[in-house]
Write a protein that binds this ligand. Structure first.
Ligand code: AHR
Length: 745
């Protein structure tokens, strides 16, 4: 084949195309990116955060000691819990740290800070591994610091003892490693930030996805919606909160720290703020409460870039950054699909435009790739003149191969796509190849403005969601192959995308997923009655299903019609009609009453990985009879409820091209050619780039099922390309390649 790159034919500026998405799930922050080594450092764990949590979690007596927590006489009104300790001689307390315990590299010291007091000036003896020190308290709350340097520490704990016995009060205790990123006191874990720094992201989305919209509407409630204002100011005064992923969030990593991180990474901050609603619990703010959410967005603009004469610009300055951070992008809402959100968004947009017309506002298109709510999100964004629309989807690799041209079908005018969350359900080379191929197509289309893989981090002992880009424990880190792909794409992106064509590409591999075959009906968390079922006119006897029970009801050719009446007797969700059923890992399904009995969707499961093809609103009520009809005609899936077409989507063929490629040029004269060979065989190509000569290259290659892990973090890592620029280049099987060229003369 022949790759012809046309450096003077500019397709688009690349702007801030590829970036990062950070959400505090999987303990990505506490116990992860946020370097604090003590768990529950402020005694603020609470059953609201998670059933069973309490203010002494992570702490234990050492010897004969009593511990009690209250808020009396607190020095931290924003975060008032205080621990009172009374201990016998040589007794005291310990902190267990996150995960398996406190780890500290050899030669690295840790800085202990205690905000404490004690009557009769008791002396505290502190022990961390083989390092010891003393702190003498006074009878008023004061911050005491002490550096401890154990000779390495694995799964350790911090001991605070009273050699002579007595009592003391502790409002806050922090143990920060001395080797935080840039040595900051309220620091981030160096190896994790370095991994991000190496990527050269162009933006960082924070503080999350669902984390931003799950909670009470009162943003000052402990389980209230994420409130960025509560994440600012002295760390000991920041109230902890319930993180919707089922744990406690300390807020030590707050908005100031996120902005600082963006500055360090040299990327644009992309905060996501709540749009005045919690879609999970159907809570919608109105009136003054909604105004408060809008005001929070306006204040954030000042916090990010306002002068120090503004209230929130002053807060930023007091925290150590009088210079504005800058703010170009602002997203309101995460995966919002409710009409109320779009009404709220109009108000947010009006107020934000008035204050800062240059901000690029991002709206929402919901949690899936197609359907009524998705279209509604886009329609509102166009009407409101938003700059970008946030799309999210997690799909099987097959979906990505079937949808490579997705964005070339979008209009070039109007809001651009912010692909704010995507991944291909796995951390194998096969997954990374599908993502890489998709990224080459995103590069080439004008309709995609920003894109970020999700989620970013996962502490392996606290997994809420997989796949993730980087896994870690207390001391190790694993960069997945997906990470390497993202890194290669970010580091090798010029300022302008240029045209290329591939000649003699050869025939692509095409897989047509079967739609005919075995058919099953499954009751999804409900008791269901199924009557008058016919498959292509042939009647089956009536039957009932208990929750999670399924029944095989026959076989069909590719084109078929299935009709039945269903009545939900009891339960929370609905049913699934599975067809084209090959085995439990490969089938197609029509889901009715899925998620929170709120939608109907066509889904394709391939190799056990689900791809939602389309989702629309729908819920079932108990004791109501619904007449369902599923029609498969050719490659088209149609679902009717009471004769109304409620879901309609074609199943596209899965096409694996012989090579995917994209090229961009940077202002310094470098031309980047990226090529992805997703097939088992090598692909040889003559490369023609008038006016440029080869300088160097990088290749990521490996078997489709290869993946990195904490124990084997380097199974698949990039290596230099073995080529001198002469003759044809051979793209290895299952590989992602970046070739860099320099401008002649
Ligand atoms: O990335 C994990 C979750 O997936 C996000 O919180 C949410 O936005 C999406 O549904």
């Amino acid at each position: 084949m022949r790759i012809n790159v046309h450096p003077s034919s500019i397709i688009r500026p690349t702007e801030d195309l590829f970036g990062l998405f950070f959400e505090d799930l999987n303990h990505a922050a506490d116990g992860g990116l946020y370097a604090e080594l003590l768990i529950n450092r402020d005694f603020s764990f609470d059953p609201v955060d998670r059933q069973g949590y309490h203010s002494l979690m992570g702490w234990a007596p050492l010897g004969q000691a009593d511990m009690r927590v209250d808020t009396e006489d607190t020095p931290c009104p924003g975060n008032p819990n205080v621990l009172h300790v009374r201990a016998a001689k040589h007794a005291g307390i310990i902190n267990l740290g996150f995960g398996a315990g406190i780890c500290l590299k050899k030669g690295v010291e840790a800085r202990l800070t205690l905000l404490a007091r004690g009557k009769d000036a008791p002396c505290l003896k502190v022990k961390l591994g083989d390092a010891e020190g003393e702190i003498r308290l006074t009878d008023t709350f004061e911050k005491h610091t002490l550096c401890l340097k154990p000779s390495g520490l694995e799964n350790g704990r911090l001991e605070i003892m009273l050699p002579s016995g007595g009592s003391f009060d502790l409002a806050f205790a922090s143990l920060m490693p001395g080797d935080t990123w840039k040595g900051r006191e309220n620091g981030l874990r160096k190896d994790l930030v370095e991994a991000l720094y190496e990527m050269h992201p162009r933006f960082l989305r924070f503080p999350g996805g669902c984390l931003t919209h799950d909670g009470q509407l009162d943003p000052y409630a402990r389980d209230g919606i994420y409130n960025w204002k509560l994440t600012t100011g002295p760390v000991e005064n920041r109230p902890g909160r319930r993180n919707n992923w089922g744990y406690h969030q300390s807020m030590g990593l707050g908005f100031y720290e996120y902005f600082l991180l963006c500055e360090d990474l040299g990327c644009e901050p992309l905060p996501v703020l709540n749009g005045g609603l919690d879609p999970h619990h159907l809570r919608f703010a109105e009136g003054e409460l909604l105004d408060r959410y809008i005001q929070d967005a306006l204040d954030l603009i000042d916090f990010a870039r306002g002068g120090t004469d503004t209230e929130w610009g002053r807060v930023r300055a007091e925290m150590g950054h009088p210079k504005p951070f800058g703010l170009t992008y602002l997203a309101i809402g995460n995966e919002e699909i409710h009409e109320q959100f779009h009404e709220h968004m109009a108000k947010f947009a009006e107020a934000i435009r008035k204050k800062a017309p240059d901000i690029r506002l991002i709206g929402s298109a919901g949690p899936v790739c197609a359907g009524g709510p998705f279209d509604m999100g886009w329609a509102y964004a166009r009407k409101q003149g938003l700059e970008l629309v946030d799309e999210h989807y997690y799909q099987a690799p097959e979906w990505f191969y079937a949808n490579m041209d997705r964005y070339s079908r979008y209009p070039a005018e109007g809001p651009k796509v912010f692909l704010g969350e995507y991944a291909s359900w796995g951390n194998t080379m096969g997954n990374a190849l599908a993502e890489a191929a998709f990224m080459t197509e995103m590069e080439k289309t004008q309709s995609v403005g920003l894109a970020c893989y999700a989620p970013l981090f996962c502490h392996v002992r606290y997994t809420n969601w997989q796949p993730d880009m980087i896994y870690f424990d207390e001391k190790r880190m694993c960069k997945t192959v997906n990470y390497h792909v993202q890194r290669m794409f970010m580091r090798n992106l010029g300022d302008a995308e240029v045209a290329l064509d591939i000649g003699d590409k050869g025939k692509a591999e095409e897989t047509v997923l079967p739609l005919g075959g075995r058919i099953q009906i499954l009751a999804d968390d409900t008791e269901m009655e199924i009557r008058d079922l016919t498959l292509d006119g042939k009647k089956t006897e009536d039957f009932s299903l208990m929750p999670e029970e399924s029944r095989e009801i026959g076989k069909a050719e590719n084109d078929f019609t299935l009709s039945c009446t269903v009545v939900r007797k009891s339960g929370k969700k609905g049913l699934r009609i599975r067809f084209g059923y090959m085995d439990s890992k490969n089938f197609c399904q029509w889901t009715l009453g899925g998620w929170q009995n709120s939608d109907n969707a066509f889904e394709m499961v391939t190799g056990g990985r689900n791809s939602c093809l389309i989702q629309n609103n729908f819920s079932l009520e108990d004791q109501v009879a619904y007449r369902l009809c599923l029609k498969v005609v050719g490659r088209r899936l149609m679902g009717y409820v009471d004769d109304v077409l409620v879901c309609d989507i074609p199943v596209l063929p899965v096409i694996r091209e012989n090579l995917y490629a994209a090229a961009s040029v940077a202002q310094d004269g470098t031309l980047y050619l990226k090529a992805v060979n997703v097939l088992e065989r090598a692909a040889e190509a003559e490369i023609s780039i008038p006016g440029y000569r080869f300088s160097e290259g990088e290749v990521l290659e490996g078997p489709e099922d290869a993946e990195n892990s904490l124990d084997h973090p380097e199974c698949v890592v990039p290596h230099p390309a073995a080529w001198d620029g002469q003759g044809a280049y051979t793209f290895a099987p299952h590989s992602v390649t970046v070739l860099r060229f320099a401008k002649n003369g």
